[in-house]
Design a protein around this ligand. Sequence first.
Ligand SMILES: NC(=O)c1ccc[n+]([C@@H]2O[C@H](COP(=O)([O-])OP(=O)(O)OC[C@H]3O[C@@H](n4cnc5c(N)ncnc54)[C@H](O)[C@@H]3O)[C@@H](O)[C@H]2O)c1
Length: 251
Amino acid sequence: MSELTGLRALVTGGAAGIGLATAQLLATSGAQVAVLDLAPDDLPAGLRAYQADVTDDISVRSATDAAADALGGIDILVNNAGIGAIGSVEDNDDAQWHRVLDVNVLGMVRATRAALPHLRRSERAAIVNIGSIAATAGLPQRALYSASKGAVLSLTLAMAADYVREGIRVNCVNPGTADTPWVGRLLDQADDPAAERAALNTRQPMGRLVTADEVAAAIVYLASPAAASVTGTALAVDGGMQGLRLRPAGQ
Ligand SMILES: NC(=O)c1ccc[n+]([C@@H]2O[C@H](COP(=O)([O-])OP(=O)(O)OC[C@H]3O[C@@H](n4cnc5c(N)ncnc54)[C@H](O)[C@@H]3O)[C@@H](O)[C@H]2O)c1
């Protein structure tokens, strides 16, 4: 039996990219898994689909309660749903700021609020929030997105403090640029997608993008009883982008 056998997980934004890879790894590791997504269509067999928008409190609460009913509870919440934004602080209007913070920060607040009554009944409760390298490094043209992910990092620490005495662990994973549909869409918008991909690869100390499966492995570790003493941490899965300072190749 895997150590996730008997655990029940809810993954927001679990229909694509990092969320889908996480939902699949949780399932193959023995958990029962529900996916909450705007468009949870064509999910692989074994994943339960719940349509909800994390900006809509009522839809999050009803999807979360329906998932908990179907699974018999919730032990693991993965707050993964998120959207991007490009530009400096001058480039996004107030509506865009409200929209991105609503999805990326308040979305986690809503899903957590809805899941907490169920997590409190679990003996092995864990929340994993998905942050970003943008929370810990200054990236050009990412002012709004970075602000939202900086908030996720601080929110993770505050939530970890609030719930540690109730036995609910809270951590976050900070991915570097990962090869997901999102990054595919970004590349499609570039004048020269191949050159843009090469630039992103070169920015990574490992010379390649992170994979969704690599991020999922870190999320599943933090969600699992193997991480029973781990709370209030941020685990970077970024190919060394945050921590390393390399000399130019060949020097
Ligand atoms: N891909 C990267 O390079 C990268 C890097 C760092 C952090 N992240 C973070 O990882 C998470 C997932 O990113 P991804 O690249 O897998 O994205 P993606 O766009 O490939 O998938 C995101 C999923 O979230 C869902 N979603 C979006 N808005 C939603 C909403 N309002 N309500 C419910 N579901 C919603 C989408 O339908 C989609 O299924 C995000 O929080 C993102 O900020 C991604």
